[in-house]
Design a binder for this molecule. Structure first.
Ligand code: SF4
Length: 691
């Protein structure tokens, strides 16, 4: 036994699936992952994990891993040395920048990579190429939520900690399948329901586990959530639930906002949300009577053509009822990827430096230029192209090259056939990934990076908590940690940066970005963590807005929004609405959960959920195959008949298929943030002969 124990290595790591940020010990012998052991010291999850964190690691040793750089030659990839591949990347990017300017190149950083890798990605774009054309996958999911928080309370992150959630009297979940997508947070809420009498209100067009557990579930019409939120806010004012003292002392634009709510009567809302007036009143009374309300939302809100406005409306509702600045209150957008928060925090955004400092602010540019040792004029004052704009520009021909790090854009971006056309038009494309992804298939050079367990770094979870992860095993084959690849590329581009360890990169970011002033690897060692904003003395801010909101006068802003219907709705020709989302067993493109067997085999096939009523109308039985067609494309799936779906709303999981769900989505998007309206797809359905 003693011998056996000696051979086992135990290393702290952080889950690389969702944004909850569970950490645990990984037990290994050589490259064999023996088990994942949650420990009481883990600040987010303690001894809990979910299916993916516990068993979803087969991809690490998958035979499909990339282990050597690849260069495309005469339409085929051939192995290459690191020197040859990196020299080629540096030479081509320099040539394209010299010929067309830095703005002809776009960079997409990884929401699965580390904070340090996100920092280096934006530094290469901004410092070396003088462009703000840099983004990450938050454009596809979380940017609208962040915009809503920027407008109303100021910080682009959850108001408090996940522990604080348990102090709420009432949890409101809007447009989030929490039990499948953020299971460990859902467990906390289930425990608070059972042991503390916490109430739960769920607003969602699809039945899910939390809806079934809710004290009240509102099966709302898709795309009407901001109308619901505005109606709730008006009810608070009309029925004495608005927090007058809070509004008077801590909030601006109260009168203008209240006036903007005039159209949102209960009857107006009832006609447009499919909710009875009585249901609306019951929900409003739950919110109004609660002393502490936390409101959680996710892709059901943000992936619409007005997701930023709906996020704003939800935050407004919290302000009206005084639900910010106390434990058990506040807005909690549920971040999807393990480091989608950190990729944004550390500057992979087309308008913001690390720490959410504006590229359009001359003083900010001067600070970053001084720190990086260049003249301020070397840094672009122009907001860059985001993911959406990069694809548009590549399609039009003005964007000539892209570097995509750890993102499955060819599968995950909306209107995928247009994305594929755009990639095919680029003069040069480099992809850094651990697999030959569907995006990498378009590349000229593919650079093999490493998953988290083969490198060191840090992530930020949904509650703004920064945590370190450690190297569990060495890189596979000739793959390299992504921060090293980026550092070596920068050196070839004439910028030999002195980074010997990710801690050096974090030290630089913390020395410049005020938000991370006191962040250091020493303070993050082991199971320690820090929650931003982190003061210079290293102290965290677990709960935001206790003293003031992040505006010059410290007051929050009630930001009027006007409900607008979805950009694409069912009509005579395309008479059904297609909803889509994640499943517990998988994560996004399945590049992690789908490689290696165990996880994928739990749910290897896709399906379309239809309501019993629709099944009767269309004479469909369980397992029948149907063709689902939108104005962009079509796919074939088997039917599952379930009460989770209702009326003319279908649901397909986003994980499966080639070309996948995004062969159906379109390029309509939220004009405020350029997030695709993934959830607004009008489709028609036709029964196929059984195969
Ligand atoms: Fe990983 Fe999220 Fe599951 Fe935690 S809840 S183990 S972070 S997938």
């Amino acid at each position: 036994m003693a011998m056996r124990q000696k051979e086992i290595k135990k290393t702290k790591t952080v889950c690389t699936y969702c944004g909850v940020g569970c950490s645990f010990e990984m037990w290994t012998r050589d490259r064999h992952i023996l088990k994942v052991q949650p420990v009481v010291d883990a600040p987010v999850n303690g001894i809990s994990t979910c299916l993916k964190g516990k068993f979803g690691w087969d991809f690490v040793n998958s035979p499909q891993r990339l282990t050597t750089p690849l260069i495309r030659e005469q339409g085929r990839f051939r192995p290459a040395s690191w020197d040859e591949a990196l020299d080629l990347v540096a030479r081509r990017l320099k040539e394209i920048a010299a010929q067309h300017g830095g703005d002809s190149i776009g960079f997409i950083g990884s929401s699965k990579g580390s904070n340090e890798e996100a920092y280096l990605t934006q530094k290469i774009a901004r410092l070396i190429f003088g462009t703000n054309n840099v983004d990450n996958s938050s454009r596809y999911c979380q940017n609208p939520a962040t915009q809503g928080l920027f407008r109303t309370v100021g910080y682009g992150g959850d108001a408090g900690t996940l522990e604080d959630l348990q102090q709420a009297d009432l949890i409101v979940i809007v447009g989030s399948n929490l039990a499948e997508n953020h299971p460990v947070i859902a467990s906390r809420i289930k425990a608070a329901q059972k042991h503390k009498g916490q109430k739960l209100l769920v607003v969602d067009p699809r039945m899910n586990e939390m809806a079934e557990r809710a004290d009240l579930w509102l099966r709302i019409r898709p795309g009407s959530d901001s109308l619901w939120a505005c109606t709730m806010s008006r009810y608070m004012f009309d029925h004495g639930y608005a927090d007058a003292a809070f509004l008077n002392d801590r909030v601006n634009q109260v009168a203008a906002y209240r006036a903007s709510l005039a159209p949102y009567s209960l009857h107006y809302a009832s006609e447009r949300t499919d909710l009875a007036v009585g249901q609306l009143i019951e929900a409003a009374e739950m919110i109004g009577q609660a002393q502490r309300v936390c409101l959680l939302w996710a892709m059901g809100i943000t992936q619409h053509s007005h997701g930023a406005d709906t996020s704003t409306a939800l935050s407004n509702l919290l302000l009206v009822t005084g639900n910010y600045g106390r434990p058990g209150t506040g807005g909690y957008p549920m971040r999807g990827h393990n480091n989608v928060q950190g990729a944004s925090d550390f500057g992979c955004l087309s308008n913001l430096y690390p720490g959410y400092e504006k590229v359009t602010d001359a003083a900010v540019r001067e600070k970053w230029a001084r720190a990086w040792g260049v003249e301020p004029t070397a840094l672009s004052a122009k907001v860059g192209a985001d993911n959406f704009m990069m694809v548009q520009q590549a399609h039009e021909g003005s964007l000539k090259a892209m570097m995509i790090i750890g993102e499955e854009t060819a599968f995950s971006d909306a209107d995928s056939s247009k994305v594929h056309e755009a990639f095919s038009k680029l003069d040069f494309m480099v992809v850094q990934d651990i697999f030959m992804s569907r995006t990498a298939e378009f590349a000229d050079v593919v650079l093999p990076g490493c998953p988290s367990v083969e490198k060191e770094g840090s992530y930020v979870n949904t509650e703004r908590r920064i945590q370190r992860f450690y190297e569990v095993m060495p890189p596979l084959g000739d793959s390299r940690p992504d921060w090293r690849i980026l550092t070596e590329l920068a050196a070839r581009l004439g910028h030999p940066w002195p980074y010997h360890h990710p801690g050096d990169i974090m030290a630089e970011a913390a020395s410049i970005a005020t938000l991370f002033a006191g962040v250091s690897y020493a303070r993050l060692s082991g199971w320690q963590s820090q929650l931003w904003p982190v003061k210079a003395d290293g102290s965290s801010t677990p709960l935001l807005y206790t003293d003031g909101f992040k505006f010059p006068d410290g007051k929050a802003v009630l930001w009027p929004v006007e409900w607008q219907p979805p950009q694409e709705e069912p009509d005579e020709q395309y008479d059904l609405l297609l909803n889509n989302g994640r499943m517990l067993e998988h994560f996004q493109s399945t590049n992690q959960s789908g490689r290696g067997g165990r996880m994928f085999n739990l749910s290897p096939n896709w399906f379309v959920e239809i309501s019993p009523q629709l099944a009767r109308e269309r004479q469909l039985s369980e397992g029948d195959w149907v063709n689902i067609a939108s104005r962009r494309g079509a796919l074939q799936v088997p039917v599952t008949i379930t009460a989770r779906a209702a009326g003319n709303v279908l649901f397909i999981p986003i994980h499966h298929g080639k070309p996948g769900i995004n062969s159906l989505t379109g390029d309509h998007h939220d004009p405020d943030v350029n997030t695709p309206a993934y959830k607004e797809i009008a489709v028609k359905m036709q029964k196929l002969p059984r195969p």
